[in-house]
Design a binder for this molecule. Structure first.
Ligand SMILES: [Zn+2]
Length: 295
C-alpha cells in the first residue's frame, strides 16, 4: 500500500525523518538534459535515516526547491558517473569540508566504483585544495565510506547495505556504451531495490528480464524512460512490450521535456497513446511529492 502526498506545503522544508514509514521523494524526474524538470535524483527516507540516490549537476538546486541543501543531506549513493547523477557531488564534498562545524557526509559506494568515481570524475576538482595538505586528498577525506556487502540472489550477484531501517539492494544495469550486450561489458551503473518493496531501475537500456526479475516482489517499480528509440535508455516503445502485470505497477521517470506533448514523439506507427495511464502504466513519476509506503 502506498499513497502520494504533497510535501513542502506553505514553503516548509522537507523533513529528513518519517514516523517509521518508507518515503521516496524524487527531487527531479527529468532526463540528463531536462530543463522543465530537475534531473532524476531521489531521496529515500525512513525513521531517522535517509539517503540521496544520485546528486547530479542540478541536484543541489533541486534540494533548494524543497528547502534542503548539501549540508543537510547526510548520506549519498551514486549510481553511475554521468553528470546528471554525480555532477553535484563536488559541491557536496567541498561544502561539507570547508563549512565550519560541518562533518563528513556518508557515501554508500562499492570499492571498485569508488576508485573510478574519484580518479575519473571527482579528483579533478577536489584532490588539491589545501596549502599544507601533505598528500593528494582522496574520496575518504570528504566522505565517510559505507561499504555494501556482496550477496547472491537467484544465482546473480548483488550488493546490499542496511542503512538503519532502509535495506538497499544494488544491482548492475546495462546502460552504456550502447553497444554493450551485457552488464559485464558496460561501464558501472546500478539500480536499487529498497526494502524489497520499491524498485528503481537506475539508468538502463531496455532489458526485459531486468524488471521481470523484480516484478513479483516489488510493490511499486520506477523505470527510466526515454521518449525516443535508441541510445542508452529504455524507450517508452520498448517498455510497452512488458506484460500488463508489470506495467500496472510501474511509474516512468527520467523523461525528456516534451513528455506531456505526445504529438511530438508518438506517431501513427505506434500502438500506444503516449499517456502512460491509458497505456497501462501507473503514470509519469512526479517530482517533489512523497510516495509513502505503509508498513
Ligand atoms: Zn546515465
Amino acid at each position: 500500500m502506498y499513497e502520494v502526498n504533497e510535501i513542502c506545503k506553505d514553503g516548509e522544508s522537507l523533513p529528513l525523518t518519517t514516523d517509521g514509514r518508507l518515503r521516496v521523494v524524487f527531487i527531479g524526474t527529468g532526463s540528463a538534459f531536462a530543463k522543465r524538470r530537475r534531473q532524476s535524483n531521489m531521496l529515500i527516507i525512513q525513521g531517522d535515516h535517509h539517503v540521496l540516490v544520485d546528486c547530479g549537476t542540478q541536484g543541489p538546486l533541486a534540494l533548494t526547491d524543497i528547502g534542503l541543501n548539501v549540508l543537510k543531506v547526510r548520506c549519498y549513493l551514486p549510481t553511475h558517473s554521468h553528470a546528471d547523477h554525480i555532477g553535484g557531488l563536488e559541491e557536496v564534498a567541498l561544502m561539507n569540508r570547508y563549512t565550519p562545524n560541518s562533518t563528513k557526509p556518508q557515501m554508500i559506494v562499492l570499492r571498485d566504483y569508488q576508485d573510478s568515481l574519484w580518479t575519473k570524475s571527482l579528483s579533478g576538482g577536489a584532490e588539491f585544495c589545501e596549502a599544507n595538505q601533505g598528500r593528494p586528498l582522496q574520496l575518504a577525506d570528504f566522505f565517510e565510506i559505507l561499504r555494501p556487502k556482496s550477496i547472491q540472489f537467484d544465482g546473480r550477484k548483488f550488493w546490499e547495505y542496511q542503512h538503519g531501517p532502509i535495506k538497499i539492494d544494488i544491482m548492475r544495469t546495462r546502460h552504456f556504451p550502447d553497444t554493450a550486450i551485457s552488464v559485464d561489458e558496460s561501464q558501472w551503473c546500478s539500480g536499487v531495490m529498497i526494502n524489497n518493496k520499491v524498485w528503481i531501475s537506475g539508468d538502463t537500456m531496455f532489458d526485459a528480464d531486468y524488471p521481470a526479475r523484480f516484478a513479483e516482489i516489488a510493490e511499486i517499480m520506477f523505470h527510466d524512460c526515454q521518449l525516443f528509440y535508441g541510445g542508452v535508455h529504455a524507450s517508452y516503445q520498448e517498455l510497452m512490450t512488458l506484460p500488463t502485470s508489470i506495467r500496472e505497477k510501474m511509474f516512468l521517470y527520467h523523461y525528456g521535456d516534451n513528455w506531456d506533448k505526445p504529438e511530438t514523439w508518438v506517431n501513427d506507427t505506434h500502438e500506444f497513446s503516449g499517456d502512460p495511464v491509458k497505456d497501462g502504466f501507473l503514470g509519469w513519476a512526479e517530482q517533489q511529492v512523497a510516495y509513502d509506503f505503509l508498513p
